[in-house]
Write a protein that binds this ligand. Structure first.
Ligand code: SF4
Ligand code: SF4
Length: 227
């Protein structure tokens, strides 16, 4: 059984936000507009954070892409009163929109603040409607959404592999953010398969996880910058 995860190399990320744009397009993430931005209610399943260190003029910036960490011990699933979010057998944390009652307990329990509430009915202006991805369901107002590791791509890849009577290969299932990154900063795969690049990188001496001390066991690793 695979355990899907990601490694993000901070030395390679240049902050271009191609991953954010690809994620938005792939997953039908509604454009909130100026009002949502003004209220800090923009939805972005992949969020490239900018961190600045030092004192002027000796400043150093780093870019930290942050999707859902798909924690192996996720606090968000524990507090959901209706099991609208849960960990599947391959470690992906899912959201069932039709079950969500909008209590936002999970969003408050997530230490990484990567769950987003639909405060308004999502809208898709003009020509963007034609570009919606039919593989990803639209979310209604009043529910939580977040990164799914592009789970729909896994289902498709499995169907193709089955039709071709062969096992799933490493390159078959790649989330949109990883596929679109021009510098190859985002590597995805099975953390428990020693042949997968992601498994090797997760054991690199530079590898670390955010808020490891909380015991959430995130499956998104980062490679620290080298001086
Ligand atoms: S696409 Fe790659 S380089 Fe660009 S912001 Fe995302 S992770 Fe960084
Ligand atoms: S990062 Fe947050 S939303 Fe994602 S699994 Fe962990 S606790 Fe849940």
């Amino acid at each position: 059984m695979p355990r899907w995860g990601m490694v993000i190399d901070l030395d390679k990320c240049n902050g271009c936000q191609a991953c954010e744009v690809a994620c938005r397009s792939e997953n039908n993430i509604a454009v909130g507009g100026p009002q949502a931005a003004g209220e800090s209610r923009t939805i972005s399943w992949m969020r490239v954070q900018t961190e600045v260190e030092g004192e002027w003029p000796n400043l150093r910036a780093r870019f930290v892409p942050q999707p859902c960490m798909h924690c192996d011990r996720p606090p968000c699933t524990l507090v959901c009163p209706v099991q609208a979010t849960s960990r599947d057998s391959e470690g992906i944390i899912s959201q069932i929109y039709a079950r969500c009652i909008g209590c936002r307990y999970c969003a408050n329990a997530c230490p990484y603040t990567v769950k987003y509430f639909n405060w308004r009915r999502p809208s898709y202006p003009g020509s963007t409607v034609a570009g919606l991805n039919p593989d990803v369901s639209l979310r209604p107002v009043g529910v939580i959404e977040k990164c799914t590791f592009c789970h729909h791509r896994l289902q498709k890849a499995r169907d193709v592999a089955r039709a071709e009577k062969r096992p799933l290969r490493e390159a078959d299932y790649v989330p949109a953010c990883s596929e679109s990154c021009p510098t190859g900063a985002i590597v995805f795969g099975d953390l428990d398969d020693p042949d997968h690049r992601v498994a090797q990188l997760a054991r690199d001496p530079r590898a670390f996880r955010l808020h490891e001390d909380l015991g959430t066991q995130p499956k998104v690793y980062y490679l620290a910058e080298q001086d």
